[in-house]
Design a protein around this ligand. Structure first.
Ligand code: UDP
Length: 430
């Protein structure tokens, strides 16, 4: 009912040249004091989506810092489990509706069986980082042992949650020692009175295939092999096909902008549908209908049709695009926004959730609330190279300072260390 995932090793020293030296030293020092601990990160999907993306880098980084760190992914045995957890995700982001008792039963009984399996197999750790609502009941159902530290990390946008699901699930947070949210605006009222809350915005790994510098000729070759004309301007949204990412609005904005920028092309890249997101194929169909066979709207859904790996495709498309969009209407924190900014590209983001923290409107990108506004910003950027370069450079520097993985690792380790030290004798030299 669960698997351990292996990720290729990384070397902490390779990150140093990209970091503020103070942050790098602090991370090494804190990690040095935690070498006696075993750390687990648990989530519900091995690939696809931002959390999987973060963990596949966070776990090897922990190990390279000398902390025994493992990645666990659950394999629920009920076919409906991910339908229910996707509904929970949507409700927490503000959809109408409520969970039926049958759905709650699927959710709890499935996690109970996962917990039983973990207990039977003796899964153990000093610090448990449990990511997102799919696994929230685990601390209660395993249950956590004396001396263990359990931290729940919520990556989603909870600004306008559906109250019924909030009431049903938030009591489960009380079984944790610490909660982590991406933004203070997401912390449900009253939650922080019972369990301490840390705000830690997510981050990207600058050393992955997706984010390392790719030279332009290579990027163009990949994009051309995807059927895009590299002699004409391209704008892109890289995102799962998901209701909250507003792919329809992206197409509308593109159509308006194309009137002022003839020859403009659009790519919508949704190749990394997470296994815990069963809605993607349906959303994709409606987006394809909306695109109505327009030869300059390129939709990508099937990784098997790509000329190279998905990570290389994402890197290449972000490099070749003149402007990137992330027109989400809800977004805990858009890793794609940060990935684009790290490539010194102007990103137009939906004025929602974490994107407001990621983009300083008019300085490191633009925030928009409608297709018309998005189109206007697209045209401004496509017609003004100086503006594009200024915004792109500022975007990259803001990511370097605030949104690279070692900063997030430091946030996680600092809080874990404080909790552990409250419970067991301090390590010598502490
Ligand atoms: N992604 C990808 N291929 C795609 C679409 C998305 O690899 O075709 C990746 C994207 O680069 C990012 C992650 O999936 O690293 C999405 O994270 P984000 O926080 O933007 O959104 P989420 O999917 O978690 O809602």
């Amino acid at each position: 009912m669960f698997s351990r995932l292996d990720h290729p090793p990384v070397a902490f020293e390779d990150y140093r040249p990209l970091l503020d030296p103070k942050l790098a030293d602090e991370l090494a020092t804190v990690a040095g004091k935690m070498r006696h601990l075993r750390v687990l990160h648990l989530n519900s999907t091995a690939t696809g989506g931002g959390v999987a993306e973060i963990l596949q880098s966070m776990v090897p980084l922990g190990n390279s810092l000398g902390i025994e760190t493992e990645r666990i992914v659950i394999n629920p045995d009920a076919a409906e489990f991910f339908d229910v957890t996707k509904k929970i995700h949507n409700l927490l982001q503000g959809s109408e509706g409520e969970l039926s008792s049958a759905e709650l039963d699927i959710y709890f009984s499935c996690i109970q069986r996962v917990a039983d399996d973990m207990r039977a197999k003796g899964l153990a750790a000093d610090v448990w980082f449990v990511h997102d609502p799919q696994l929230l009941p685990l601390a209660r159902l395993l249950p956590k042992k004396e001396g263990e530290t359990w931290i729940w990390i919520c990556h989603i946008d909870l600004t306008t949650p559906n109250k019924s699901v909030l009431d049903a699930l938030m009591p489960l947070t009380q079984d944790y020692d610490q909660l982590i949210f991406s933004q203070s605006a997401y912390v449900p009222k009253g939650l922080g009175d019972k369990v301490p809350v840390l705000i830690a915005p997510p981050a990207i790994d600058p050393l992955t295939i997706k984010n390392i510098p790719m030279d332009l000729p290579q990027a163009r070759k990949i994009v051309a092999a995807m059927g895009i004309d590299t002699a004409r301007p391209l704008v892109t949204q890289v995102s799962r096909f998901d209701l909250w990412k507003d792919p329809w609005g992206v197409i509308d904005a593109f159509r308006i902008a194309r009137e002022s920028v003839p020859g403009l092309q659009l790519a919508l890249l949704g190749l990394s549908q997470a296994t815990d997101d069963p809605e993607g194929a349906e959303v994709f169909k409606t987006v394809a209908d909306h695109a109505a066979g327009d030869p300059d709207i390129h939709l990508y859904f099937d990784p098997a049709e790509m000329p190279v790996s998905v990570d290389e495709v994402v890197n290449a498309v972000q490099m070749v695009s003149a402007v990137l969009m992330q027109k989400s209407t809800r977004e805990g924190f858009g890793l794609t926004v940060t990935e684009g900014m790290w490539k010194a590209k102007p990103v137009i983001g939906g004025d929602a959730g974490g994107i407001r923290v990621q983009i300083n409107d008019g300085v490191t990108g633009f925030l928009v609330s409608s297709a018309e506004q998005c189109a206007q910003r697209l045209v401004e950027l496509l017609q003004d190279d100086t503006l594009t370069a200024r915004i792109g450079d500022a975007a990259k520097e803001s990511v370097r300072k605030r949104f690279l993985l070692p900063r997030l690792a430091l946030d996680y380790l600092n809080v874990a260390r404080a909790l552990v030290n409250g419970r067991i004798p301090a390590v010598s030299g502490d």
